[in-house]
Design a protein around this ligand. Structure first.
Ligand SMILES: [Zn+2]
Length: 174
């Protein structure tokens, strides 16, 4: 049986990678600010934004100097993340992440989904956890100070903040 930790997140800030988690087991369902893509979709694959050093005029709320350009066509680049009503997002990197996460889920038994701060307004993260439980068994631990409800058969809701809940869980498992 496979043990370990995988991440499904709607955050786009790359903090799970910065915290040292394995990039191969992170699915960023809305993309990442740390990747760029061609605005007009010339066929260039998305590329890391590591070389971008934003120089912002904070008083005017403006980017100074040259905007990032597509290495394929020289046109304007954009963040490789999914915005509302966004038909131009190039999702290949994230489709691959989804595939890797599904392969991982097929190899685990009785997964525990620790869902942190996932609301009902845009329920993609909540739906993911529920699909895991429906498809692979296991349970959800739903950490949410305002919307902790979860059907008893599927898991438990903790009506508190993330640090409080995770610290308490760690001490119980300790
Ligand atoms: Zn291009």
């Amino acid at each position: 049986m496979l043990h370990g930790l995988a991440v499904f997140t709607s955050n786009v800030d790359g903090q799970f990678q910065r915290a040292g988690l394995d990039d191969a087991l992170i699915h960023e369902c809305h993309g990442s600010l740390h990747w760029l893509q061609c605005l007009r979709g010339c066929g260039q694959a998305p590329w890391p934004a590591d070389d971008v050093q934003p120089d912002i005029d904070e008083a005017e709320c403006r980017w100074r100097g040259e905007l990032p350009a597509c290495p394929g066509c020289g046109g304007l680049a954009r963040p490789n993340l999914l915005m509302f009503g966004d038909w131009g997002w190039i999702s290949g990197r994230y489709d691959a992440q989804a595939h890797r996460l599904n392969r991982w889920l097929e190899r685990v038994e009785r997964p525990v989904v620790i869902e942190v701060g996932a609301g009902t307004a845009i329920p993609s993260v909540r739906m993911f956890g529920q699909q895991v439980v429906a498809g692979y068994g296991g349970h959800i631990v739903r950490i949410n100070p305002r919307e902790p409800d979860v059907a008893t058969a599927f898991g438990v809701g903790l009506a508190c903040g993330a640090v409080e809940a995770l610290t308490a869980l760690e001490s119980k498992l300790g």
